[in-house]
Design a protein around this ligand. Sequence first.
Ligand SMILES: *[C@@H]1O[C@H](CO)[C@@H](O)[C@H](O)[C@H]1NC(C)=O
Ligand SMILES: *[C@@H]1O[C@H](CO)[C@@H](O)[C@H](O)[C@H]1NC(C)=O
Ligand SMILES: *[C@@H]1O[C@H](CO)[C@@H](O)[C@H](O)[C@H]1NC(C)=O
Ligand SMILES: *[C@@H]1O[C@H](CO)[C@@H](O)[C@H](O)[C@H]1NC(C)=O
Length: 302
Amino acid sequence: MQPTLCLAGVAFFALLTVQGGLALKDVRLVTRPGNGVVRRGSAITLICEYDLEGAPLYSVKWYRGNREFFRHVPNETPSTEMFPFQGLNIDREQSHDNKVQLVDVGFNLAGNYSCEVSADAPSFSTDFVSHYITVVALPDKRPVVTAERPDYEVGDVLRANCTSGISRPSANLTFYINDVPVSADDVRHFPARLTTDLMESSQIGLVLTLRPFHFTSQSRVTIRCDATILNAYAETAKVTVKSRLDVPLHARDLPVSSAAAIEPKPERVTSPNRTGSALLASGPFWRANLVMWVALVLVVCS
Ligand SMILES: *[C@@H]1O[C@H](CO)[C@@H](O)[C@H](O)[C@H]1NC(C)=O
Ligand SMILES: *[C@@H]1O[C@H](CO)[C@@H](O)[C@H](O)[C@H]1NC(C)=O
Ligand SMILES: *[C@@H]1O[C@H](CO)[C@@H](O)[C@H](O)[C@H]1NC(C)=O
Ligand SMILES: *[C@@H]1O[C@H](CO)[C@@H](O)[C@H](O)[C@H]1NC(C)=O
């Protein structure tokens, strides 16, 4: 036990010393707009953040995949240099020091971008980080929700569709009824409709037997559809259908079993994490855990 501990201590100390001598840390590639998502035809700025801890900078080099396309070397004249890359347009004014701005970005520029920072003498330490850049085209129009009919009763089958405008990638669509997510079992996914440039329109359908809890106290059912594309786009569409009778539900004669179900409740089944914790909390699992920990403590401390 003792020699092992001693060895580990020495190794740890050695690591600390080496790290301290690097004089380059916290290298990060951030983008504006954030998360590396840019709209086709617009600009994105890549910023290479680093901490040289006071050491002099030798260079910041930029790569797409393995190809270098831009370099900043403060001690050279000119201090910046560009290397031609098919379809990649750099705004020279906006590109210097630790940043580079790409303009009029096309789909073909999506990919892995990296910056490499090097410190000058004496350490010459170098670090390298990457960030994936996604090029998107947002939908040409808002999503649309349509219901088959304007009015429905308890027991009727509600049929509705949600269609997004064409985009790349195609939008993710999600149905809600009165702001409660709809169970996946009630949602149909229609094949995406492809256009030129791999632009796609998404469409989903809802087929569901209406139950009392689907109606609000005003006898309304609001079908909402959210369309999202990564963190770059979020739009909502809604359609409200109503009971033909248009009489408040609680004022009607309902079978007792249905009346009991009036309370709105989420359609979704219990989330997996809840299932997990419920299992852990139940007797046998909990006891097994305790036994395991006691055994571990006994072994380590003996
Ligand atoms: C990005 O490129 C770098 C260098 O070529 C590589 O180390 C990294 O794994 C790549 N990342 C992805 C997500 O492809
Ligand atoms: C939903 O879309 C499908 C397929 O495009 C179509 O057959 C159906 O009639 C549509 N239903 C409604 C309610 O719009
Ligand atoms: C759609 O949702 C999935 C799962 O959450 C996600 O991985 C994917 O990136 C999303 N796509 C878009 C276009 O937002
Ligand atoms: C399940 O996880 C989600 C996201 O991590 C969280 O918002 C939610 O509260 C969790 N639910 C339970 C029952 O732990």
